[in-house]
Design a protein around this ligand. Structure first.
Ligand SMILES: Cc1ncc(COP(=O)(O)O)c(C=O)c1O
Length: 395
């Protein structure tokens, strides 16, 4: 019972919160008490949305693009996405009817899973992983099987375990490369092996590519571009991370047209449509200058190197160099296996907000996630604060 006479559904009770939002809330409470907290918990670029994108959004409001719009997205944005997504991945342009736009990628993850999974269906994804995959699986009573990541190979999926777990009973395989929370990136040969398994077992792949622009070495490879995969991949992407547009709420998926219809129908039944002026800003982001995206990535690369060196300089902490996204995922197991206790200690005692790795799944135990979407100065200060506080930590 949550209030007099009001009982939550069993499905809602299977949901859990997202660690980043919970840590942020506690950090804000401490700030309200006058504490100076360094935010390394939330996964959002600290840069401002590029100027030309803001202008396009404002102009669209002034031109009264403020009404309901088609559930799958406005034609101009769907066309821009279809062209851009193909060009960026080096494949022929997609078509408008393969594109579904959504108010942020998170609701689209939910809608795709709702569109494809029934209770008892099997779904595979990494452990640790972005919490939405587990949340929606639990809500739908799908059977989620975790695939471990290998720290020794910079947090790529353990493909031998994947090969052992995938079967004709598997309905969906969710990939996320570059990966939240570890920064791991799947190689082209990993993707080839995964594609071969997906085809052999007739599994649909959901490829969450929201960090595809946040890549520090090499060129991005999407499983959707491999032979035989376009028709069985649901490619997910969005504007939050690449264009510093987290608060605008704008994401999209590309999938075979009949699937797009069903996913858009689920969207129509939940949020109806995505704000049209936000979509116009999205058109400007894709069609305007790309330099702001590259400048952000260059800056993230510098910060990554600083935070990784800083974390490795702390006693008991070891940190691999992440190849993508903007998270460092150090191993803290020499200090404690209770990563959440350590995260809470750093927040309460050192005014540094970061997350315990187990917020992202059981296999995240003994790790922490630091978002390096903060200034170099803040990162340096955070490292020094943790160095000073660590001797007082009791495991
Ligand atoms: C892997 C991954 N997918 C999807 C999202 C959702 O992004 P948004 O809803 O802001 O578009 C996030 C955000 O942190 C993420 O890390």
């Amino acid at each position: 019972m949550i209030a007099h006479g009001i009982r939550p559904s069993a499905a809602a009770l299977r949901l859990s919160g997202e660690g980043a939002f919970e840590a942020l809330a506690r950090a804000r409470e401490l700030e309200a008490l006058g504490r100076d907290v360094i935010h390394l918990e939330v996964g959002e670029p600290d840069f401002n949305t590029p100027e030309h994108v803001k202008r396009a959004g404002i102009a669209a409001i002034e031109h009264n693009a403020t009404h309901y719009s088609p559930s799958a997205g406005i034609a101009r944005l769907r066309d821009a996405i279809a062209e851009y997504a193909g060009r960026f991945r080096g494949v022929p342009a997609y078509s408008r009817d393969e594109v579904v736009v959504s108010p942020g990628l998170k609701p689209l993850i939910w809608n795709v899973m709702c569109a494809l999974l029934d209770a008892g269906d099997q779904v595979l994804f990494a452990d640790p992983a972005y919490p939405s995959y587990a949340g929606c699986s639990a809500y739908l009573q799908a059977e989620a099987l975790p695939i471990p990541l290998l720290e020794s190979s910079d947090f790529r999926l353990d493909l031998d375990v994947l090969a052992a777990k995938i079967s004709d009973r598997t309905k969906l395989l969710i990939l996320n490369s570059p990966h939240n929370p570890t920064g791991g990136v799947l190689t082209r040969s990993d993707l080839e092996r995964i594609a071969e398994l997906a085809i052999r077992h007739d599994v649909t792949v959901v490829s969450d590519e929201i960090y595809c622009r946040n890549l520090y070495e090499g060129t991005f490879a999407s499983i959707a571009t491999l032979d035989g995969m376009r028709e069985r991949t649901i490619l997910l992407d969005g504007f939050s991370k690449a264009y510093a547009m987290t608060g605008w709420r704008l994401g999209y998926g590309i999938m075979p047209a009949p699937v797009a219809k069903i996913v858009a129908l689920v969207g129509q039944n939940t949020y109806s449509c995505t704000a049209p002026f936000v979509q116009e800003a999205g058109v400007a982001a894709l069609e305007g200058p790309d330099d702001p995206v590259r400048a952000m990535v260059d800056e993230f690369r510098v910060r990554r190197d600083v935070i990784v060196a800083g974390l490795n300089s702390l006693p008991g902490i070891t940190c691999r160099t992440p190849l993508g996204a903007f998270y460092a995922f150090p191993n803290v197991s020499q200090i404690t296996s209770d990563d959440r206790k350590l995260a809470s200690f750093f927040l309460e005692e050192a005014n540094v907000a970061a997350l315990g790795g187990s917020c992202f799944g059981a296999a995240g135990r003994g790790y922490m996630r630091f978002s390096y979407a903060n200034s170099l100065e803040a990162i340096d200060t955070a490292i020094e604060r943790m160095r000073e506080a660590l001797p007082r930590f009791t495991a």
